[in-house]
Design a protein around this ligand. Structure first.
Ligand code: FA5
Ligand code: MG
Length: 436
């Protein structure tokens, strides 16, 4: 089955972004409404929930040897985002259905790890913390949006700077203690055949550096959730979870540029929430950045939006991007307050069903992209509800349920019918589908 990734959209000959001009090519797939989001810089707004959360973490990490970088622009090279981190050529993350390309060699960063290379080169302190907006072609619903925010941390030591084991052990002592309940089957046996260590580090070094990493992330998560409890209690909430200690667990993970690797999940109102990937930085990444063979350390990347949703009681990730004052007026620097919903307008549902040409299948992300290009933030969700192959013709049928909804106004059937027919027209034009 051939999968269509070219959606036939037309793009300008040149794209300008943050003072640079790029020639577009056959890789270009970044729509103008996504380029507009790159100028919002929500993490730099001190009165926006994302900015408030960033600030809270920075306040808590101050004086611990980290440099804070908040100003990296979202346009990076394919080399920075993938190659230098050791992503294999056929990694799914590189595909045009997952990543927004400006052209073949430039893209919108898909993670803050895209800046590890330059930070390892430039940073003068033992560690750094980067905060930034990142972009992925993804499904859209209450917890997924094509733009979100990450905070990346890293910390290095040198094997040549005295008794390394003693130094790291002391650095671990300096991390403030927490009351977190930790589930970590990998604390002592922190590497295995499935999650291997790197040869250039001793077992003891792996043990110490990973303990430092995990305690740092636990401290950070603890500070954030403690602040959330405090504010909920101040607001008069008596929910029982406010008095229970925070529970987290570590699970094994894989990232091309770290080994061994883990993710931390936080237990919150009856669910494990994935919130941060991490690991010990691969030596090749450090060597690529011009660092010596004596260097070793860790990195983590934490998603800010879902945590901010919990902290501020924000029910829908798209609200972060709202320009409505009823949203923005509710938040001020230094305060974790609970979002007070304002009237939500009813949504309008439309189903769309089509036959694809024989042997062809269409990626869900491409359908979402077409819907979003016409309906923008009125797209509440696009869900693949059915697909099957006709036994006689061999053609595939796909059905999607489109939910249109506005955060701040009433939608009319006339308006939605018009948007919806443009979606149908584009699907016909770009993918040669036959609407059923
Ligand atoms: C990464 O992006 C790695 N760069 C993290 C990392 C850094 C690993 C340094 C090792 C060393 P991942 O794709 O899992 O990993 O995303 C990290 C976090 O971002 C997730 O745990 C989640 O909290 C958040 N995240 C990922 N996708 C989305 C999304 N579509 N919407 C909101 N948050 C997301
Ligand atoms: Mg993940």
């Amino acid at each position: 089955i051939r999968s269509i990734t070219q959606n036939g959209q037309t793009y300008p000959d040149e794209i300008s972004l943050d003072g640079k001009t790029y020639k577009t090519d056959e890789w270009t797939n970044v729509p103008s409404y996504i380029l507009d989001l790159t100028q919002r810089r929500l993490h730099q707004n001190p009165d926006h929930p994302i900015g408030i959360l960033r600030d809270l973490v920075e306040q808590n990490m101050k004086g611990m040897g980290y440099t804070f970088y908040n100003d990296f622009k979202p346009g990076v090279t394919t080399y920075q985002n993938f190659d230098v981190l050791g992503f294999p050529q056929d990694h799914v993350g590189r595909s045009r259905s997952d990543t927004y390309y400006i052209n073949k060699d430039n893209l919108l960063r898909t993670h803050t790890s895209a800046h590890e290379h330059e930070c390892f080169r430039e940073c003068k302190t033992p560690g750094y913390i980067i905060s930034a907006d990142v972009y992925r072609k993804d499904e859209i619903d209450r917890t997924h949006y094509p733009a979100f925010h990450q905070m990346e941390g890293a910390r290095l030591w040198s094997k040549n700077s005295g008794n390394l084991e003693e130094i790291i052990a002391k650095d671990i002592e300096d991390i403030p203690k927490t009351n977190i309940i930790v589930e970590d089957p990998f604390r002592e046996n922190c590497f295995s055949a499935e999650n291997p260590k790197q040869d250039y580090m001793t077992d003891k070094e792996v043990q110490l550096v990973s303990t430092h990493l995990k305690k740092t992330v636990e401290y950070l998560v603890n500070q954030v959730f403690e602040a959330a409890r405090k504010s909920a209690k101040l607001a008069g909430s008596t929910e029982p979870y406010l008095n229970e200690p925070l529970k987290i667990r570590w699970v094994e993970a894989y990232f091309p540029w770290t080994a061994p690797s883990w993710e931390i999940e936080v237990w919150w109102k009856g669910e494990w929430l994935e919130c941060c990937g991490s690991g010990l930085v691969r030596q090749q990444v450090l060597l690529n950045a011009g660092l010596g063979e004596d260097k070793l350390g860790w990195a983590f990347g934490i998603g800010l939006d879902r945590i901010a949703m919990l902290l501020f009681g924000i029910p829908d990730i798209r609200l972060f991007w709202s320009l409505d004052e009823r949203f923005s007026k509710q938040f001020t620097n230094g305060h974790i307050s609970t979002f007070v919903p304002y009237s939500k307008y009813p949504g309008i549902k439309r189903d769309i069903s089509f036959w694809l040409p024989k042997g062809v299948s269409l990626h869900d992300n491409e359908v979402m992209e077409v819907v979003r290009s016409h309906a923008g933030d009125l797209t509440e969700s696009v869900v693949n509800i059915d697909e099957f192959i006709h036994p006689k013709t061999g053609k595939k049928s796909q059905t999607y349920r489109l939910n249109y909804q506005s955060m701040d106004r009433n939608l009319t059937n006339v308006h939605i019918n018009e948007l919806h027919s443009r979606v149908e027209e584009d699907l016909k034009k770009f993918f040669d589908v036959e609407i059923r």
